[in-house]
Ligand binder design. Structure first.
Ligand code: ADQ
Length: 476
């Protein structure tokens, strides 16, 4: 047994492998708020992060990065296909997102999901110091809390779900639904993005397992399990800092110039995923051009669609459909040198992304369903002159936090179109009031606050403080 007193278990390690010209491998930290938020806690507690390194085959040796031990878990090519692309991304992902795309179930996928979860739990049980805290992340690892509890009842276990948790009727479709629920109930604290998700979970413990939840708690074998909402956020200060750099301000001007100085730039930035409502957004834009409520080149759309899960069938067909729609809009409404939609199927660094955010008059964040949506929050934090407008789906968790956004129902095309027109016609005064209020909110509710509130609820002392489960408070 090792002596890690704080462990994060996630599908992926927070690093990407980079191989140089001579074939030597190094690791680059992947960008993201989660890593930034957890780093101080990990560092102060000689923490360990357990996860897959991103390539099938033998796992690399454990290594250290910035004072944190990274412990890679092996996944075979078949497991990547069945556990990751199959059960996680073709069964659970669509089902948990209100089945906006049909979910697929295969028995061989479940077997692999079970085996991989058992492997993660085993590695974690081996690494954890007596009484250590373990924080398990997301839908790929829902069995880990239960499996870990069985091996190591001494541990304090937290689980956080980054995506929505479905209502009872939908969850009931899931083969092995009992095992999943029991897996989650192995945790002391089960965290969700929104209160409704926690309520769905608690209702299911009654419906499926006959437990009697009270308030936020349910008693399982004399253990109290708490289910509650902890809306995730961004590193607001870091986003604001990037947005104020000369490099970003200059680049934002250049982008507007390159687009031909339009009056209204509508921007979408999403992983290319059917939950993000990209097709519906494009259709709304096409109809607005058709109706003459928006006109090219005064109004243009920029859609950044980050490549994602490209080996999963549903994602490949989505890409085809999106690209066909972009082609159709440009064919009908573009002019030579002035396309109506600028479509970028690429990843960008933080600076380019911030410049795009700053150049946009309207940010379109219109998912059909989304756990939170950090793009909406990043856009707000980048609006240092408060001039932009956020059109936000009611079905994104972020709508619970960014209440001054122009809220829309993306399932209703008329409402979506009206939302864009309202935002485009809003007075500067109105837009600035909304943006100021949202920025104030995000300054207070940033990702460190999220991590702190989860860990405090789990019983871990203040962020950064070393956590020694066996120690007594010092007498003063
Ligand atoms: P995602 O579905 O991946 O996350 P989101 O929350 O929007 O969605 O996060 C995407 C991240 O990727 C953002 O930080 C964004 O800046 C970045 N990104 C997007 N396009 C990019 C590009 N072209 N280049 C570089 N970076 C890009 C899941 C859930 C969400 C939940 C998060 C966190 O689906 O609902 O908010 O986890 O819990």
């Amino acid at each position: 047994m090792s002596n890690a007193s704080f462990i994060v278990v996630a599908n992926r390690l927070p690093v990407d492998s980079v191989v140089d010209d001579e074939g030597n491998r190094t690791w680059r930290r992947s960008p993201g708020g989660l890593v930034a938020a957890l780093e101080p806690v990990l560092q102060a507690n000689r923490g360990t992060w357990i996860g897959w390194a991103g390539a099938a085959g033998a796992a690399p040796e454990p290594f250290e990065a910035d004072g944190v031990t990274l412990l890679p878990v092996e996944l075979s090519e078949t497991e990547v296909l069945r556990y990751y692309e199959g059960f996680s991304n073709a069964s659970l992902w669509p089902l948990y997102h209100d089945a906006v795309e049909p979910r697929v179930f295969r028995r061989s996928w479940w077997k692999s999901y079970y085996e991989v979860n058992a492997r993660f739990a085993e590695v974690c049980a081996r690494e954890a110091a007596p009484g250590a805290t373990v924080w398990v992340q997301d839908y790929q690892l829902q069995l880990v809390p239960g499996m870990l509890r069985e091996k190591r009842p001494d541990l304090r276990i937290g689980f956080f779900l980054h995506i929505p948790f479905p209502p009872v009727e939908l969850f009931m479709q899931l083969p092995h639904r009992m095992e999943i629920l029991q897996g989650l109930l192995g945790a002391d604290l089960v965290g969700f993005q929104r209160p409704l998700a926690a309520q769905n979970f608690l209702a299911l413990t009654r419906h499926l397992l006959g437990y009697r939840p009270r308030g936020h708690y349910v008693t399982v074998d004399d253990r109290l399990v708490r289910a509650d909402a902890f809306p995730i956020s961004i590193d607001t200060a870091a986003n604001e800092e990037i947005a104020t750099t000369e490099r970003v301000r200059q680049r934002a001007k250049e982008i507007r110039d390159e687009l031909g100085e339009p009056e209204t730039i509508i921007l979408g930035v999403d992983r290319l995923d059917y939950t993000k409502g990209i097709e519906q957004r494009l259709k709304a834009f096409r109809e607005l051009l058709e109706d003459g409520r928006l006109k090219v080149p005064k109004a243009v759309m920029v859609q950044v669609a980050t490549p994602s899960r490209e080996r999963v069938e549903q994602y490949r067909t989505l890409r085809d459909r999106v690209e066909r729609e972009v082609g159709r809009i440009n064919g009908e409404y573009g002019q030579v040198g002035l396309p109506a939609v600028h479509y970028l199927h690429q990843s960008f660094d933080r600076y380019e992304l911030a410049a795009l955010y700053q150049a946009a008059d309207i940010m379109a964040v219109t998912p059909l369903r989304d756990g939170m949506n950090l793009v909406a929050k990043e856009y707000v934090a980048s609006q240092i002159d408060n001039r932009g407008a956020l059109v936000l789906s009611e079905f994104a968790g972020a709508a619970g936090d960014l209440r001054q956004a122009f809220l829309v129902n993306p399932h209703d095309l008329t409402d979506l179109k009206d939302g864009f027109v309202t935002a485009a016609n809003a007075t500067l005064d109105d837009k600035m009031k909304r943006m100021r209020a949202m920025r104030r909110y995000l300054r207070k509710h940033d990702v460190s606050r999220w991590a702190r509130s989860f860990l405090t609820a789990l019983g871990v002392p203040e962020r950064g403080a070393a956590y020694n489960p066996g120690s007594q408070p010092a007498a003063d």
